[in-house]
Structures are given as C-alpha cells and as structure tokens.
Design a protein. Structure first.
Lengths: 179, 182
C-alpha cells in the first residue's frame, strides 16, 4: 500500500496564522522537555542535587523534569544551568511564515543565481589532473565573461553545458539526479 | 470522549465497503499517523481531535480539559507529539505509553488516553513482542509498522483500563483493518 498524498492535520495547522503560532508553542514545549531530560541525563546529577543548587524542593524539580514543558524561560535556563548547560535561544524564518503569506512580492525562499563549474588543470604530486572549480555568481557566467563547463541555474533548476555536444562531468550529473 | 455503547457494526455478507480516506494527523520518515475508520465510516479519534481543536469537548471532558483553551492547547500538543512520532519513530520524551492487548497500545497524557495500533497497510496486524523496561515498569517501545492508526480516546479514571474501552479499541481496529482488504 503506497502512502497517499493527503494534507496532514499538522500541515493544515501550519497553513493558518493561528495554527502556526499554536504549533510553534506546542513544538517549543516538546523541545523544552527533551532539552531538560537530556541535559539531566547528561549531567548525571540526582534530582536532589539539582534541587539544592536551585534552592527549591526535589518535588518541584521532579515536576519540571516530568512536566509538560510549559516552563518559564528563566526556569528553563536555571535548571539547565544546574545541570551544567547554558540555554541558547534562537529563531529561524519559518518556511511558510506569516510575512511570506502576507507579502504580495517575491517569496523570501526564492533562489536566484548560478553555480558554474569549470574543470581546471591542477598540478599534484601524481601529475596533472582535472579538478572542478565551483563559482557562485549572481549573473550568468557568460554575461560576465566567466568561463565554465557547466552552469546550474538556481531559479529554474536547469543545467546548461558550455559545449552542448559533451555531457556534464559524471559526478556532477549524479548529484543533479539525486536532487 | 469515545462512546462505548456496544453496536454490532458487522457488514452484511456481500456488502462492499466503500473506499475510505483516513484523516492523516502527521506524516514523517518513519510513520503515517492516521485516524482509524469504523465500518460506518465514523472515526472516533478524528471526532475527538475536531472537538479539541474547536474547544467544544462536551460536559464529560477529561479533568484538566474542561476549559476550551486547554482543549485547543492539548490539540496542538498532540499534533506536535504525532509529528515527532511520525518523524523519529518514537514518542517525545516523558510522553507516557503502554501496551494494552491484541496489538493495541495507548499514548498517555494526564488522564487522557489515545489508543492506537500499527499495520503495514495490508489489512493485517501483528502484535509486537517487546521486552519489559523494569525500571519504568512498561514495555520497551517496539519498532512499529509504517501506519499508526489512532482508534479511541478516553479519560482514564481508574487504575485498570476499563474492559469496555479495550473491547471498543479492538473493535475499531478490526473494522479499520477490514477497509484495507477491500
């Protein structure tokens, strides 16, 4: 039985602003618990040792470590510190973020540019070999006088060979096929 | 929560069961987590999740989920947990579970239990044998088949799972698996 292409409830949730924010909170609480559990295991400390470091009861430590992950940032940081870890917060743009949905302009995830590959002669201890030299360019290499053997257009996904009679180098072609 | 009133849902001989589309909760590298479908095409867990999402669980909402906001939070937590399970093959840390019987397992959070079974999609189900984790007094999480089908949801108010809930989960499992053989 092959998997059918249905929209999962998870993806439905991510397609609305309200759902996106709720899912973000849910994922954060799941991750917070995982962080606490793993830091605790890694530290090798007993719960009463953590309780003593924090000046709270062992019961409270157990509540935090066995809870639902909805802890205050400060509590999370303190418990992690007691287990020998520093909390580092970060944020990454969401793929279908609120800004992208409301922005009538280009998608923020659109890729532009070119990856040009030129096989260049390289002198090594074994003699002269051909090695690929890779250039990342905003404009087509032809437009800026850059020589190339193969160029990959990031916005269209098309591959172009400078010599249409020759195939791209085998290794490069395999990478494209796997993409 | 799931109605346990016993109803004979065996289809008459010769009746063709319609093709079913199960509500997909999450899909990942390891599993598709779906809501099982009964013979009459009802889906107890799908209904439960819808009620949670709307914050409209009725008067017998489990303890801790009386408030609509709590129900909505629980809904999204469940989605996040299901996504983690689908992607990694395991439940998130500290999410409880247990093996019930006949291949039916349960996910535990607070007083809420969501039962499920696993299948390869061929219409059969093979209960997974697993070692017992003596420290945690529960079975080790086994390597489940590709599809995890959520069968029922109920509030656990006693130490042992009520027999009618076990029978209901088994019945939903049988009826759901029958769809895969048609």
């Amino acid at each position: 039985m092959t998997r059918t292409r249905r929209i999962a409830l998870v993806d439905e949730a991510a397609s609305t602003d309200v759902g996106t924010t709720h899912m973000a909170a849910a994922r954060a609480s799941v991750q917070a618990i995982s962080l606490l559990v793993r830091a605790h295991e890694e530290s090798g400390k007993r719960q009463n040792e953590i309780a003593e470091l924090l000046g709270i009861s062992e019961g409270r430590v157990s509540q935090i470590l066995n809870g639902d992950g909805n802890v205050r940032i400060a509590t999370l940081a303190r418990v992690l510190a007691a287990t020998g870890f520093d909390l580092v917060l970060g944020a990454t743009p969401s793929v279908q973020g609120v800004l992208a949905k409301n922005d009538p302009g280009p998608q923020i995830t659109q890729r532009r540019g070119y990856v040009a590959v030129e096989m260049a002669a390289c002198v090594t201890g074994s003699g002269v070999t051909q090695e690929p030299v890779i250039h990342l360019t905003a404009s087509h290499p032809r437009d800026v006088g850059q020589s190339y053997d193969v160029v990959f257009d990031l916005s269209t996904g098309l591959v172009e060979s400078s010599d249409e009679a020759n195939d791209p180098p085998p290794t490069w072609q395999r990478v494209l096929d796997e993409e | 929560m799931t109605d346990v009133t016993p109803v004979d849902r065996t289809p008459p001989d010769g009746l063709e069961l319609p093709k079913v589309e199960r509500v997909l909760v999450a899909s990942g590298k390891q599993h598709d987590v779906e809501c099982a479908v009964r013979t009459d095409l009802s889906s107890p867990v799908s209904t439960f999740l819808s009620d949670l999402r709307e914050g409209s669980l009725d008067d017998d909402a489990p303890a801790g989920l009386e408030d609509a906001d709590e129900q909505v939070s629980f809904y999204y937590w469940f989605l996040a947990a299901a996504q983690h399970l689908a992607e990694t093959g395991e439940l998130p840390d500290r999410v409880g579970y247990n093996a019930l019987r006949s291949g039916v397992w349960e996910i535990k959070r607070w007083n809420v239990r969501v039962t499920f079974f696993d299948t390869d999609g061929s219409g059969s189900q093979t209960p997974k044998k697993t070692e017992i984790d003596i420290l945690r007094k529960r079975p080790e999480w086994p390597w489940f088949d590709e599809y995890l089908r959520l069968t029922t949801a109920f509030e656990k108010t006693s130490q042992k799972t009520p027999e009618e809930q076990l029978r209901l989960a088994e019945a939903v499992m049988r009826e759901d698996l029958a769809h895969d053989t048609h």
